[in-house]
Design a protein around this ligand. Structure first.
Ligand code: ATP
Ligand code: MG
Length: 555
């Protein structure tokens, strides 16, 4: 599918102006996830933005793990992130990078700052440091260790590194201004002690750089030109610039901020998504109801559909919220154009065609896609027993043709890709439930109009009862019942108890060849995907991706 070029946004305009001033500028962006959870749709927007800007200006985009919090981070998360970015179809520049690749350099630069009189070791405990920073109304108080000698601070940093101090009893701080209006400039912490195993550097370090000390310097070491982040980092920008100004960095990146994207009915916070996993509210990070990239993938959303959505979101500096229906329509559009059709009956009832001989098998051919002949055809069989959906049948003959364009007792309907039938009678069990319909077919109506006087009410889907397969079909609804779960006091209370329904369906014979992650339109039902993990030739499992039409969710 042809992809729309990334729309012009204010960041693209900034970059274009920079290139105008400096035609030799090679644009270099980065996507810097912290490997402390799976990526979600919010991250996808950041990924699309960073990679699209690099591509648009013929530059590069790095993938860098921002791995400075060893307690919360895991290699498994890093692996999942790599898989997700790859699945979205992006190729980062060179090897995957890690902030931890630069721990040696950052330590060297910490010593450099001490030597410049711009950093100091504070032996106050973490709580005191926090209190003495003051707040919006109160100026901060300088640490009694602030003006010790340079040699003392160098020695104490070495002691910190050697493991002499317990966590939260010592830190390295930048010496800036305890009275600064911006709290981030009140002698921010550059290194703290964490006696934790790191998934990359193992047990080499017991001190770890803060986000602020690591991020801009990593950008500079990688030659990043435009470091794009979300708005909560705006107040960190003066510190980002202060550090680049005062360190012998090889390049001078610039930070730009844009607003996070919020999407109705979804949660875009790793912390909250982790809670859903930890509390077993969902099966895992990649549960098909999760707004994670891997969840959406398992649900059957396409990478192109997700990217189209991300590219449609306006990149701005003011918070906004996008409708989930917009995402769904991007995905639906891609599915409709690019995936084959098949028939599945989700709520089957047997129809016996009484005027067809018992052993007769009619071979039919149906196109895989109505508009894409290149996809070819699929073979169908038809015998004297078919399944149709219970909801496609009514005994109420007073229903007008307009009200009910399906099968009604005593009336005609066309079986899709096959002939016209008439419902003649019903078969009931002892509980007075209809268990089968007796019907007769109208001769010579395959691919042809019925004779004068016979007007089928509509076209319904079906499967050949003698040549079909059972399948587990998982139907999904939104994970939350309200459009703004993030704004609830307890978002777990807004979880939709009916977000998953499992039905036993009958599917056409050709679906035995479906491979995990193959997608289809089940005609008249919606779009479905063979489950990535559970689908097997002897255990067919399909997830409903999305309906055929906009579900018109309440706003
Ligand atoms: P979360 O709040 O879910 O933990 P995060 O920002 O802490 O998200 P990171 O792994 O640090 O997660 O994010 C990597 C990048 O993705 C950052 O540049 C961040 O700004 C961006 N990002 C995260 N969430 C969103 C969002 N909802 N919209 C746009 N960009 C986002
Ligand atoms: Mg973060």
């Amino acid at each position: 599918m042809d992809r729309e070029p990334a729309p012009d946004n204010f960041l693209a305009q900034i970059i274009a102006a920079d290139i105008n001033k400096n035609p030799n500028l090679k644009i270099h962006t980065r996507f810097p996830p912290e490997p402390n959870g799976f990526l979600h749709l919010g991250h996808a927007t950041s990924i699309c933005l960073n990679f699209a800007l690099a591509e648009k200006f013929n530059g590069y985009c790095n993938l860098r793990f921002d791995d400075t919090n060893p307690e919360k981070e895991e290699q498994a998360y890093a692996d999942a992130i790599i898989e997700d970015v790859t699945w979205l179809g992006f190729k980062w520049y060179g090897d995957v990078k890690h902030t931890s690749d630069y721990f040696d350099k950052l330590y060297e630069w910490a010593i450099y700052l001490i030597e410049q009189g711009l950093a100091y070791v504070d032996l106050q405990d973490a709580e005191t440091v926090k209190q003495n920073r003051g707040d919006f109304n109160n100026l901060g108080t300088e640490s009694p260790y602030r003006n010790h000698s340079i040699d003392w601070h160098k020695q104490e940093l070495e002691n910190m590194r050697a493991g002499k101090y317990a966590e939260n009893t010592a830190s390295l701080r930048a010496k800036i201004d305890m009275k600064h209006a911006n709290m981030n400039m009140r002698d921010p912490i550059l290194y703290r002690i964490r006696k934790a195993h790191h998934h990359q550097t193992k047990d080499k370090w017991c001190i770890y750089p803060s986000y602020d000390f690591a991020h801009g310097q990593s950008d500079a070491l990688e030659g990043i030109t435009h470091s794009i982040c979300t708005l909560e980092f705006q107040n960190h920008r003066p510190l980002y610039e202060w550090l680049l100004e005062n360190l012998p960095v090889p390049s001078k990146p610039k930070q730009y901020e844009f607003a996070r994207s919020n999407i109705s009915y979804m949660i875009t916070s790793k912390r909250k998504l982790k809670l859903l996993v930890d509390e077993n509210i969902v099966s895992d990070w990649d549960d098909p109801r999760m707004p994670t990239i891997s969840g959406m993938r398992r649900r059957g959303y396409t990478a192109n559909g997700i990217k189209d959505f991300c590219n449609m979101l306006s990149v701005s500096r003011s918070e906004g919220s996008a409708e989930i229906t917009m995402l769904e329509s991007c995905v639906r559009n891609d599915l409709n154009n690019n995936y084959p059709r098949a028939m599945a009956v989700l709520n089957p009832i047997l129809v016996k065609i009484t005027n067809l001989p018992e052993n007769n098998i009619i071979s039919l051919v149906a196109p895989k896609h109505p508009d894409q002949q290149s996809m070819g055809n699929r073979d169908l069989t038809l015998t004297n027993e078919v399944y149709i959906d219970r909801n496609d049948f009514s005994t109420d003959s007073s229903l007008s043709r307009k009200q009910f364009k399906r099968l009604v007792l005593g009336d005609y309907v066309r079986l899709r890709n096959a002939f016209v039938i008439k419902a003649d009678s019903i078969v009931k069990n002892e509980q007075d439930e209809i268990i089968a319909i007796n019907a007769s077919y109208v001769e010579d109506t395959i691919g042809k109009k019925p004779p004068e006087g016979i007007k089928p009410r509509g076209v319904i889907h079906w499967v050949d009862a003698k040549n079909c397969h059972n399948a587990e079909v998982r139907l999904y609804d939104t994970l939350f019942t309200c459009p703004n779960p993030e704004q609830q006091d307890d978002f777990t209370k807004a979880v939709n108890p009916n977000s998953l329904t499992i039905v036993n369906a009958k599917v056409e014979a050709s679906l035995i060849d479906a491979k995990p992650e193959d997608r289809f339109q089940f005609e008249r039902e919606g779009y479905f995907v063979a489950d990535r993990y559970n689908h097997q030739p002897n255990n067919l499992v399909f997830n409903k991706i999305i309906g055929l039409k906009d579900s018109q969710k309440p706003k």
